[in-house]
Design a protein around this ligand. Structure first.
Ligand SMILES: Cc1cc2nc3c(=O)[nH]c(=O)nc-3n(C[C@H](O)[C@H](O)[C@H](O)COP(=O)(O)O)c2cc1C
Length: 182
């Protein structure tokens, strides 16, 4: 079984989230899955890079889970990236600690799926809009997995959300990083 670390970045996960809260609930008690709630772990936003690096080292599969905010993640995940993926650890001489691991993204959006395409409300696809994550994975030697998205958060009824949450659990625990038949 692949050890999986789910890093969640939502500033109001407990009291202000519907989608991400449900996704976390779907994976939190799965054996071999560790959920790291960044905003709860660091209410003062002072990240402990070494603690984060030890956690990353202990897991083979990493999933970054967040609501899409202005075409990116809430800011603490960017701070986490800046402070944890250090020279000599993630890249540069001796910086091979993430090499061979996989990186997945689990992103919720307000926009409907159809908004994320050329000519749509957001003009670009999720694959295009998440290029910095893909480039980062490539630079540090991680395999980038297909993105798990829950689109149209306002229109997502409870039944759809429950189904997507179950599919998220399958994404997090999948035997392969990339499904041959999706
Ligand atoms: C500051 C902010 C920026 C947002 N930017 C976007 C965006 O760029 N694209 C989009 O589709 N939705 C955007 N949204 C909507 C959120 O993605 C949506 O509310 C969230 O994914 C719902 O998940 P939650 O219930 O876990 O909060 C934004 C919301 C906020 C508060």
């Amino acid at each position: 079984m692949t050890n999986t670390l789910v890093i969640v970045a939502h500033p109001r996960l407990a009291e202000g989230s519907r989608i991400n809260k449900k996704l976390v609930e779907a994976v939190a008690s799965i054996e071999g899955v560790t959920v790291r709630d960044l905003y709860r772990t660091y209410p003062d936003e002072r990240i402990d890079p070494e603690a984060e690096q030890r956690l990353l080292e202990a897991h083979e599969r990493i999933v970054l889970q967040f609501p899409f905010w202005w075409y990116s993640s809430p800011h603490l995940l960017k701070k986490w990236t800046d402070e944890v993926l250090t020279y000599g650890w993630a890249y540069g001489p001796g910086g091979d600690k993430l090499r061979g691991k996989s990186l997945g993204l689990a992103v919720s959006t307000g926009g409907a799926e159809s908004a994320f395409q050329a000519g749509g409300y957001n003009q670009y696809t999720m694959s295009e809009l998440t290029r910095p994550f893909q480039a980062t994975a490539s630079l540090v030697g991680m395999t980038f997995r297909p993105i798990f998205s829950v689109h149209g958060s306002m229109l997502c009824d409870d039944e759809t959300l429950s189904r997507r949450a179950a599919e998220y659990a399958a994404y997090v625990t999948a035997e392969r990083e990339t499904a041959i038949h999706a």
